[in-house]
Design a protein around this ligand. Structure first.
Ligand SMILES: C[S@@+](CC[C@H](N)C(=O)[O-])C[C@H]1O[C@@H](n2cnc3c(N)ncnc32)[C@H](O)[C@@H]1O
Ligand SMILES: [Zn+2]
Length: 333
């Protein structure tokens, strides 16, 4: 960890200040050490450069399973894709890169750190990226050279952070939590008054076929199987999607006449969007859907009620690829 992260940290038990003891440093990173709370006497290790606030062995069973599966996933699909930046902006619209300049940013569930790195490069004063799983090892490696990027291993429900953030965002994470609304509120609680929040979640609308056909298989079979086996088995549905997107959805949507026909076909907006990605990324998309032990599909009405409940202002909720919801709003207290 970089020492300037201390400015944002607070004890997750009592919100007291944390004291750093560095045992091994490497350039700007404290690689091994300890963060101690003098108020409640709790302490947290820094291991391999990452402060560890979550003890996976002590977590509830469903959170443990989620962390285990996504940890494996992000440690396997470590690739970068040049299209990630545009994809990220699609998930956080109407936010644009210049929005980040000078802001202190919180990322809830950073996975391999693909957005963390980008936000740091777009000029955020600091970004603190949180994830529960071993994906933090990949996120740390991806952001090591960036003095304004920080990665911590923690549970979204027990953030070891002060209310010090100008902006918080969470992409594809809240629907994997046991209580998505509670996770949303926990992130919002660390945003200063006048700051902003973005979230992107799976939608209930248009996803009836996933809820009816894919979810039972995911819940009872694929999320329980050895991830290495799923890695190989998931190549079969990936091959179907890859062929459909590269041979039909992509080419059809590129011409005006084709697009007029394609627009009436199954899941067109999403499959046209996916058609831009190569095999590796499409494999990740399929694997990611099948590996998750918990996934909620959330209606617009439900999502709107989260924003109402926190009293957010100027909320913009958008339909993304006609299968998911993105939201952005201002936090006023
Ligand atoms: C689908 S991935 C999305 C990762 C990243 N936002 C992205 O778009 O690449 C969901 C991530 O949420 C993390 N996660 C799940 N439950 C969590 C929790 N309770 N606290 C923090 N992170 C959690 C997982 O470990 C995983 O990395
Ligand atoms: Zn404490």
């Amino acid at each position: 960890m970089k020492k300037r992260l201390l400015e944002y940290l607070a004890c997750p038990s009592c919100a007291g200040a944390l004291r750093l003891t560095a045992r091994r440093e490497d350039g700007i990173e404290v690689m091994e050490g300890e963060l101690a709370c003098d108020a409640c006497a709790r302490s947290f290790l820094i291991e391999r450069g990452i402060p560890r606030f979550a003890d996976l062995a002590e977590l509830e069973r469903d959170k443990q399973a989620t962390a285990e599966k996504f940890g494996w996933s992000w440690q396997t699909f470590t690739h970068e894709d040049e299209k990630y930046a545009a994809e990220f902006l699609g998930w956080i619209a109407p936010v644009v890169p210049s929005f980040f300049a000078g802001k202190v940013v919180l990322e809830g569930g950073c996975g391999k750190g693909r957005h963390t790195r980008r936000v740091a490069q777009w000029g955020a004063r600091d970004i603190v990226a949180v994830d529960l799983s071993a994906a933090v090892e990949v996120a740390f490696a991806a952001t090591r050279g960036l003095e304004n990027a920080h990665v911590i291993q923690a549970d979204i429900y027990r953030l070891p952070l002060r209310r010090a953030f100008d902006y918080a965002f969470s992409i594809g994470v809240l629907h994997h939590l046991p209580d998505p609304r509670g996770g949303f509120k926990s992130l919002v609680s660390r945003v200063k008054s006048g700051g902003h929040m973005s979230a992107w979640i799976y939608g209930a609308e248009n996803n009836g076929w996933i809820v009816g056909l894919v979810n039972p298989v995911r819940e009872h079979v694929t999320s329980r199987m050895n991830p290495r086996l799923l890695f190989h088995l998931s190549k079969v549905p990936t091959a179907v999607m890859f062929a459909a997107t590269k041979l039909f959805y992509g080419p059809m949507n590129r011409s005006a006449r084709g697009a007029a026909i394609a627009r009436h076909t199954f899941y067109n907006d999403y499959l046209n969007f996916v058609s831009q990605f190569d095999w590796r990324e499409q494999h990740l998309i399929v694997f990611d859907h099948l590996v998750a032990p918990t996934s909620f599909y959330i209606s617009r009405e439900e999502f709107e009620s989260w924003w109402k409940e926190i009293g957010a202002k100027d909320v913009v909720i958008g339909w993304h690829n006609k299968n998911s919801w993105r939201g952005f709003g201002r936090i006023e207290r």
